[in-house]
Design a protein around this ligand. Structure first.
Ligand code: SF4
Length: 57
């Protein structure tokens, strides 16, 4: 499972993030996906995970 470690391209459409490139890619070589703190357990993707590297433009 580790064969892609360090080789993945991060696609992202969060244009409001300072690391976003043209609404298509993330400029960072690595991101950390984190659980959404207090609402975990609902099964809703919006509650369960988010990009921990997001920074407002
Ligand atoms: S840091 Fe996260 S939110 Fe920002 S562009 Fe990269 S993947 Fe998207």
């Amino acid at each position: 499972m580790n064969e892609k470690k360090g080789c993945q391209t991060i696609g992202c459409s969060v244009k409001n993030c300072r690391y976003n490139d043209r609404g298509v890619y993330c400029e960072l070589s690595r991101i950390e996906v984190r659980p959404c703190s207090e609402r975990t357990g609902s099964g809703d993707p919006a509650d369960e995970s988010l990009c921990g590297n997001f920074r407002q433009k």
